[in-house]
Design a protein. Structure first.
Lengths: 112, 116
């Protein structure tokens, strides 16, 4: 059974720091891995999707890497801003029928 | 990009009543839709997978008679919480895809259900 773990559970940093959020999964047989952002009381915003054949994806200040063999992904946020404050969720697509398995998330607070 | 809407965005109902939540794909036809629930400060848990024109597939532990799912068209799926109780209070989120396996899921904005 696929399980997804995210570390740390919470993070509070001053503005401008470079951040690394970690995601690990137990079954390396995945189709893809996705990082989402969720603001309080809101739905999900897709940030980056990495297909199983890819090693990384970049979008602006965000970079996500995938090491399928070791079951790990990292989300790198450069030059963090207060507007980056949110919960970041990692999810893997594995098994049949397009089931996304989510981690518990990392709650990020960036203070001025 | 693909847009998924949900209605209502929030609802308050009394214990024992039923509530219907709609999930619509606005600019694409979704062969499959998914329903998730999220408790405060917890992650999303898949409740069921809904394919157009067929019965939904429920995850283990989800009561299919309590959470009725209908996917009558390629752009609309509904979740009805029957005989709601306070423990059903949660954030319900839907997503939609166009097959095949591995397709990106597009998420709705969620519905906050509070049962009093």
């Amino acid at each position: 059974k696929q399980e997804v773990t995210q570390i740390p559970a919470a993070l509070s940093v001053p503005e401008g720091e470079n951040l690394v959020l970690n995601c690990s999964f137990t079954d390396s047989a995945i189709y893809n891995l996705q990082w989402f952002r969720q603001d309080p009381g809101k739905g999900l915003t897709s940030l980056l999707l990495i297909q199983s054949s890819q090693r990384e994806q970049t979008s602006g200040r965000l970079n996500a890497s995938l090491d399928k063999s070791s079951g790990r992904s990292t989300l790198y946020i450069a030059a963090s801003q207060p507007g980056d404050s949110a919960t970041y969720l990692c999810a893997v697509l594995s098994g049949g029928y397009n089931k996304l398995i989510f981690g518990a998330g990392t709650r990020l607070a960036v203070h001025p | 990009g693909a847009v998924v809407s949900q209605h209502p965005s929030w609802v308050i109902c009394k214990s024992g009543t039923s509530v219907k939540i709609e999930c619509r794909s606005l600019d694409f036809q979704a062969t499959t839709m998914f329903w998730y629930r999220q408790f405060p400060k917890q992650s999303l848990m898949l409740m069921a997978t809904s394919n157009e024109g067929s019965k939904a597939t429920y995850e283990q532990g989800v009561e299919k008679d309590k959470f009725l799912i209908n996917h009558a068209s390629l752009t609309l799926s509904t979740l009805t919480v029957t005989s709601a109780h306070p423990e059903d209070s949660s954030f319900y989120i839907c997503s939609a895809i166009v097959w095949p396996v591995g397709s990106e899921q597009y998420f709705g904005p969620g519905t906050r259900l509070t049962v009093t």
